[in-house]
Design a protein around this ligand. Structure first.
Ligand SMILES: C=C(O[C@@H]1C=C(C(=O)O)C=C[C@H]1O)C(=O)O
Length: 149
């Protein structure tokens, strides 16, 4: 039998009207605030799903890179992405410096994931039957990466 922890908040115990302002603000102002916050809640939920999809895609890239011993980061790609996002941000009246910081934050996390995937992959390859042992035989097919890291 699984015990539920009723102390932890989850999506079912979310209170959209939770606020430190409750009781301190004119009810009409509070109603308007809550109405705008319901849009913010929808946007935040969308961001979570979008980020989850992005990390699913970058995880696939991580497996591909690990399998072919490619480096985790790709600075050339990142430079192009940042320039593009800065332009998009300007068009959307979003601060381009914020867009760049946000993308760099996400990419930093992705690179950490890729390094962890590569480490797992290479450790697994060095163990058991079929593992390449990481030795010279593994490069018999020739270099597959600029770094062969
Ligand atoms: C996802 C990749 O790996 C890294 C992460 C990137 C990203 O999160 O967009 C972009 C380039 C790489 O530094 C990739 O190479 O495409």
């Amino acid at each position: 039998m699984t015990e539920l922890n009723h102390d932890l908040p989850d999506s079912e115990s979310y209170h959209p009207a939770a606020s430190s302002l409750a009781g301190h603000v004119d009810p009409a102002v509070m109603a308007e605030l809550l109405s705008i916050r319901s849009s913010i809640d929808n946007i935040d939920a969308t961001l979570v799903y979008l980020l989850a999809e992005r990390f699913k895609a970058t995880q696939k890239v991580g497996f591909l890179k690990a399998a072919h011993r490619l480096p985790a980061g790709d600075p050339g790609r990142e430079t192009a992405q940042i320039a593009r996002l800065r332009r998009l941000a300007e068009d959307a009246q979003l601060d381009p410096a914020f867009a760049e910081k946000f993308l760099n934050f996400i990419i930093g996390e992705v690179i950490r994931h890729h390094e962890a995937i590569a480490e797992d992959h290479h450790n697994a390859a060095g163990r058991g039957p079929g593992g390449d042992g990481g030795g010279p035989a593994s490069s018999a097919a020739g270099p597959t990466t600029p770094l062969n890291a």
